[in-house]
Design a protein around this ligand. Structure first.
Ligand code: MSP
Length: 527
């Protein structure tokens, strides 16, 4: 155990202008795997997700839909709540920025920043992208088709001139750089950290933090013709959920600063530059880490409304099952890199890793036990070198996984587990328990015990990624509910003689014409 240190992890809060797609599911699944891992490792976890409901973009989507913004938000936010249930997400809270608790927190941080002299009234003239909800400098823009100016994200920008409140971001440049220096793991992956550091080094201008040309937002305290800039409002959600402005509360002192904000690479600047500056300016500690993951394309194309290639998570779950989708998303790419989502790659990966490698191993071993050991955990005799080697390999996984999960290297952790699955498959072939069934039954029992015990270890360790399938495997090994955490890996080995239920396959195969069993996406660009 790494001790009972609390662990606070957050997803970005999702804009309610759109329906959930696999990009959103990806961020949330990654956080869920971490939240589950830390809980199993004995930590007290708070896992937060939710929806970002204010701002010009949401107001416009509501207008386009012909309904009042609040009603629109209620409807779309519900879609995201359903996505979390569908993806078997274990969040402890779901925040909406239109909730009272959040409006209170946003106004409180605003008032505190004003009191500390960090916010002043001025006049803004510059470029704004509604799609990105971001301000851009002239030199960041490029001319797109027809000479229209575009943000680096490709989004259109518009010229805005209005009375705005400003946050003294420029004054935080050196302190931000000093903070990055003192906290080399604050931004990951490393390549992204370097980008942020050079952005800050290139100079920071004060940031407009209020708008007057629309009203769908948190009213600025004392000056209600302004609403707060949606990013200041949105980022504050991470504080709201731990009880801010009540900084004396147990919740706040237990969980703040957050251990990890997981974000996509497109919103790193808000989390790694503006957010720590706002927090330090308000006398609060910045989060411990921000990880920026990569982006998925679909069958080689960027997901876009015009291409109509958004994949709703529900469709994937229908086709492949929730665990297979979770496994694919976390295994296929080095976490942090961009990659391509293709049905070919999904089916290849599911068939080879889940159905063939782990599914087959478990199925072979459990059915042999069922048939040859009176459906009970076999009694092992003395262990030989090969037996000890397989058990040692499975027991050696936890310390490795702790490192991999602390670095958000899910693909590496899963690869390590599947090496042990491969060891298990090699061991079955070498030991040939089906032959031992005829020639040496005591030895057969030992071999089957060693295999079942290795499968127990593996099933416990894959719970963060494939929770439902892992639970079914553990049920088939009759592992009690209270012996499924990481402490049980060493403390609760299988007890010979325990009756086992009838085995059944846990990972179905997917047959798609023309898709070979060993698949793989062409991913790997980026970090
Ligand atoms: N509302 C802001 C976040 C505020 S956090 C204080 C926002 N919302 S979003 O709905 O547009 O995006 C949420 C997350 O989904 C981002 O982390 C983004 O990177 C991720 N993804 C959106 N499309 C994606 C892909 N195609 N691939 C991977 N992740 C993607 O930004």
């Amino acid at each position: 155990m790494t001790g009972a240190a609390p662990y606070y992890i957050t997803t970005p809060i999702y804009y309610v202008n759109d329906k959930p797609h696999i990009g959103h599911a990806y961020t949330t699944i990654a956080c869920d795997a971490l939240a589950r891992f830390m809980r199993l490792d004995g930590r007290r976890v708070k896992f937060l997700t939710g929806t970002d409901e204010h701002g010009q973009k949401v107001a416009k989507s509501a207008r386009d839909a012909g309904i009042a913004p609040q009603e629109f938000c209620d409807r779309v936010s519900q879609n995201f709540r359903e996505m979390t249930a569908l993806m078997n997400i274990s969040n402890d809270d779901f925040i909406r920025t239109t909730e009272k608790r959040h409006i209170r927190a946003s106004q409180a941080i605003w008032q505190d920043l004003v009191k500390r002299g960090e916010i002043y009234l001025g006049r803004f003239a510059g470029w704004y992208s509604v799609r990105d909800e971001a301000f851009y400098e002239e030199d960041e823009l490029a001319a797109g088709p027809g000479g229209v100016k575009r943000a680096p994200s490709g989004a259109e920008v518009e010229w805005v001139e209005e009375e705005n409140y400003f946050f003294r971001l420029s004054a935080w440049q050196d302190r931000l750089l000093a903070f990055y220096d003192a906290n080399p793991d604050f931004i990951a992956p490393r390549a992204r950290r370097n980008e942020v550091v050079s952005f800050v080094k290139s100079g920071l201008r004060d940031l407009s933090v209020s708008r007057t040309s629309f009203s769908w937002g948190v009213p600025v305290p004392g000056d209600p013709k302004h609403v707060m800039y949606v990013w200041l409002d949105a980022l504050t959600n991470y504080l709201t959920a731990v009880g801010y402005p009540d900084v004396e509360s147990t919740e706040f002192s237990t969980f703040w600063p957050a251990d990890l904000h997981m974000v996509g690479k497109d919103i790193l600047r808000f989390h790694a530059v503006y957010w720590p500056a706002f927090l330090m300016a308000a006398g609060l500690a910045p989060p411990k880490r921000v990880f920026a993951h990569g982006w998925w394309t679909v069958e080689g194309e960027k997901m876009s409304k015009s291409l109509g290639n958004f994949i709703p998570p529900a469709q994937l779950v229908d086709e492949y099952g929730v665990d297979a989708v979770r496994y694919f998303l976390l295994r296929e790419l080095p976490f942090g890199s961009d990659g391509d989502f293709s049905r070919h790659a999904v089916v290849g990966r599911i068939n080879s890793d889940l159905a063939n490698d782990l599914g087959n191993l478990a199925q072979r071993v459990l059915s042999m036990i069922n048939k040859n050991c009176a459906a009970a955990v076999p009694q092992p005799g003395p262990l030989g070198a090969a037996d000890e080697a397989l058990l040692a390999a499975s027991r050696g996984l936890l310390p490795r996984l702790r490192v991999d999960f602390a670095e958000q290297a899910f693909h590496r952790g899963l690869e390590a587990i599947w090496q042990v699955v491969a060891d298990g498959n090699r061991y079955v072939d070498e030991q040939a328990p089906w032959t031992l069934a005829k020639t040496d039954r005591p030895r057969m029992q030992t071999v089957l015990y060693v295999l079942a015990e290795a499968i127990r270890q593996i099933a416990i360790l894959v719970q963060p990624v494939v929770p439902a399938a892992a639970a079914r495997l553990l049920d088939q090994l009759a592992v009690p509910q209270d012996a499924r955490d990481f402490a049980a890996l060493a403390a609760n080995p299988l007890q010979p003689g325990t009756a086992l239920p009838k085995p059944e396959g846990v990972f179905p195969r997917h047959l798609v014409e023309g898709v070979p069993e060993k698949g793989g996406a062409k991913g790997g660009k980026g970090a």
